[in-house]
Design a protein around this ligand. Structure first.
Ligand code: SAM
Length: 276
């Protein structure tokens, strides 16, 4: 296994990257600079999430985040001096996080590496592993074996996801496009991960940690689809993608005659807390 500390000058990717992971690296590197603009939380939501998590852990916890990305969740932990280890396979995403931190990692460490190959922390050393909007990209057995290895006895897997209001234009536009995709696998739906967590005997509780509103026009959501800014759009080839966008746009024109008009929409951050 090869890990490269992200603040090390001579960075390289893990040699054992598989094809799927290489595709993920290429795609996330491509969207790294616009990631926060397209998926960011409303102001203050990251701090709310950080406080909510810290209140549920023992004092001075050690936390690892898999798929740390641009630090949408990690930033207040790191800036607040928490012992936080972040790992991500896409160097471009980690670069954005480092730039936000101005290079000051406080008590944290960032790594460029593939979670499947191993996590750069010792066995039974972590109070919690944070995984946000990443499980669907990971092989359940390999990734969760690493999570289990590094968690202390009774440590927590904190599995976070954004939950758009299904009635919002962004959600309806996405679900129309997703209708053109092959049926989702248990890996994508999270079913396979949940089965493994059930086998561990982990107890799960679901919490809506934060809610917020944002204004966005249907045209903006369509353009985001067209530009393939979300990982679910990376499945189709160019022709199928263009056709799915065309159909989605036709449907959107029926639903919102003025596509340019911003609509106020609801988003939420939901955590499944697995006590292991
Ligand atoms: C949708 S983004 C989520 C980023 C961050 N957790 C957030 O919520 O903003 C998924 C992230 O997982 C990373 N990722 C995907 N597969 C990975 C793997 N096998 N090992 C490490 N990181 C991975 C991607 O590079 C990307 O930065």
């Amino acid at each position: 296994m090869i890990f490269v500390a992200a603040n090390h000058l001579a960075r390289q990717m893990p040699l054992s990257c598989q094809k799927g992971v290489l595709l993920i690296v290429a795609q996330f590197d491509k969207v790294a600079d616009i990631y926060d603009a397209t998926r960011g939380f409303a102001r203050g939501v990251d701090g709310e999430i950080c406080q909510w998590i810290l209140q549920r852990l023992t004092a001075d916890p050690a936390i690892t985040e898999i798929g740390v990305g641009t630090g949408r969740v990690a930033l207040p932990f790191i800036a607040g001096g928490v012992r936080y280890t972040g790992i991500d396979v896409a160097e471009g995403m980690v670069d954005v996080l480092q730039a936000k931190l101005g290079g000051d990692l406080r008590r944290s460490q960032l790594y460029v590496g593939d979670v499947h190959e191993g996590l750069p922390v010792a066995d039974a050393s972590q109070d919690a592993v944070v995984a946000v909007a990443v499980m669907h990209l990971l092989d359940p057995a390999r990734a969760l074996a690493q999570v289990r290895r590094v968690l202390k006895p009774h440590g927590a897997l904190i599995w976070g996801e954004d939950r758009l209001d299904p009635a919002s234009p962004r959600a309806r536009i996405r679900s129309h496009y997703i209708g053109a995709l092959p049926p989702a696998s248990p890996q994508i739906t999270g079913e396979a991960h949940r089965r493994i967590l059930g086998e561990w005997g982990a107890t799960a509780t679901r919490h809506t940690v934060a809610t917020w509103q944002f204004d966005e026009s249907p045209a903006t959501a369509l353009e985001s689809l067209r530009q393939r800014e979300q990982s679910f759009t990376w499945v189709l080839d160019d022709a199928a993608h263009a056709e799915a966008v065309r159909r989605t746009e036709a449907r959107a024109r029926q639903l919102w005659p003025d596509l340019e008009r911003p609509v106020t929409q609801q988003n939420a951050f939901v955590v499944d807390w697995y006590q292991c």
